[in-house]
Structures are given as structure tokens and as C-alpha cells.
Ligand binder design. Structure first.
Ligand code: HEM
Length: 178
């Protein structure tokens, strides 16, 4: 997993809970990196889960909630760093472009990026279904990104998990306009 996912996670933890919590997480996790990440490096995604689980324990916040919150925050980071992908007219067109355009472009920039697969199905003007597939089981992070995108495009959506399969490797997500 690319370093930017780690550096921005620690940035969010610092912003929300302070530097002391960042240090506590790094000290109590068994990290091969010792918590030192560069944005362009590549690291084992398991370190991310270790840190999120530790934060969940320390602050008594469920892991899925933390991942969703992190996804929302990460969308803002992406929109600042990659404005070229944000030029779509509406949210559904944008979400429809993740799998066929955005993530393939990300792979050109970072050939070692590990990306999920998304199958999008539009159901009229107010409803969309996205099927998330990835061995990393980060659908809650995806939901946070979708909520971040919905705030960016100023289109309010109810986002929910319809069905989880294969222990979270395949997750059906629904979007319904509010
Ligand atoms: C709402 C839109 C998006 C969604 C739902 C989404 C979803 C995800 C998810 C769930 C992951 C975690 C990896 C996994 O689950 O296998 C991921 C990774 C990533 N995505 Fe996206 N993404 C979105 C938009 C973007 C955009 C606009 C960019 C801009 C370039 C981007 C760049 C990346 C990068 C760099 C990673 C990390 C890859 C790695 O660590 O190896 N994504 N994305």
C-alpha cells in the first residue's frame, strides 16, 4: 500500500487526537517501519490495520467507523493532490470513472499500487450500486471516500452496505439520493 495512505492516516490521528496518541500507536504496534513512512514508498497494508485496531482500542471507536472517517478525510487529500480527476460534472459520473479511468491512471503513476475493483450500476437519477472487490477488505474506507466525494460534488447521499460476501472481500454498496 502506498505511503500516502499511511502518512495521511497519522496526520488525521494527530489532528483529531494529538501527537501523544500518534506516538502511543507507533510504540504499541509491532511495525517493521517503526512508523516512518514516505508518501511515495510502498508498505504492507497489514501495518495500516494494526494501527487502526490500536486506535480503536485506545479510543473505544469501532474499526469500521474509523476507516469511514479516514476515507472522508482521504478524499479531501486526493482532491487537493489530484485535481485532474475531479473534473466530472456530477457524483455518479465521477464514481463511474473510478474503475475504468481513475485507478488505471493511478497504476500508471504508481505501478505497485494495490487497488480494488469497482463495478458500478446506475439505477436512475437517484440511485447507484457499487460492488467493491479487494483482498484488502477496505469497503468501509471506500464508503468514507464515497461520502467525501458526495460532499465534494454537493450531492447528499444515503450510503449503505447491502451485502457482504467472502468475509468483506466483496461488498455491495448502495447510494440513494437524500
Ligand atoms: C470515491 C472515489 C474513490 C473510491 C471509492 C476509491 C477506493 C479506494 C479504496 C477502497 C482503496 C484501498 C485499497 C483497496 O481497498 O484495495 C483505494 C486505494 C487508492 N486509491 Fe482510490 N478510490 C477513489 C478515488 C481515488 C482517486 C480520485 C484517486 C486519485 C488519484 C485514488 C487513488 C488511490 C490510491 C493512490 C490508493 C492507494 C493504493 C495503494 O496503497 O497501493 N482513488 N481506493
Amino acid at each position: 500500500m502506498k505511503g500516502i495512505v499511511f502518512t495521511e492516516f497519522l496526520e488525521l490521528v494527530e489532528e483529531k487526537f494529538g501527537l501523544k496518541t500518534v506516538q502511543e500507536i507507533i510504540d504499541s504496534c509491532n511495525l517493521a517501519t517503526n512508523g516512518v513512512y514516505t508518501a511515495v514508498g510502498t508498505y504492507n497494508h497489514k501495518e495500516m490495520f494494526e494501527m487502526v485496531e490500536k486506535l480503536s482500542e485506545l479510543k473505544s471507536i469501532p474499526v469500521p467507523d474509523l476507516l469511514t472517517e479516514y476515507g472522508r478525510f482521504f478524499f479531501k487529500v486526493l482532491s487537493v493532490n489530484y485535481p485532474q480527476f475531479m473534473d466530472k460534472n456530477d457524483l455518479f459520473t465521477f464514481l463511474n470513472s473510478i474503475d475504468g479511468y481513475i485507478h488505471p491512471e493511478v497504476l500508471k503513476l504508481y505501478p505497485d499500487a494495490e487497488l480494488p475493483r469497482f463495478t458500478a450500476a446506475l439505477k436512475g437519477n437517484d440511485e447507484m450500486q457499487l460492488i467493491y472487490e479487494s483482498s484488502r477488505k477496505m469497503a468501509h474506507f471506500a464508503i468514507g471516500l464515497i461520502l467525501g466525494a458526495s460532499a465534494y460534488y454537493k450531492e447528499e447521499m444515503e450510503v449503505a452496505i447491502v451485502k457482504e460476501e467472502e468475509g468483506g472481500k466483496k461488498v455491495i454498496i448502495s447510494l440513494q439520493r437524500k
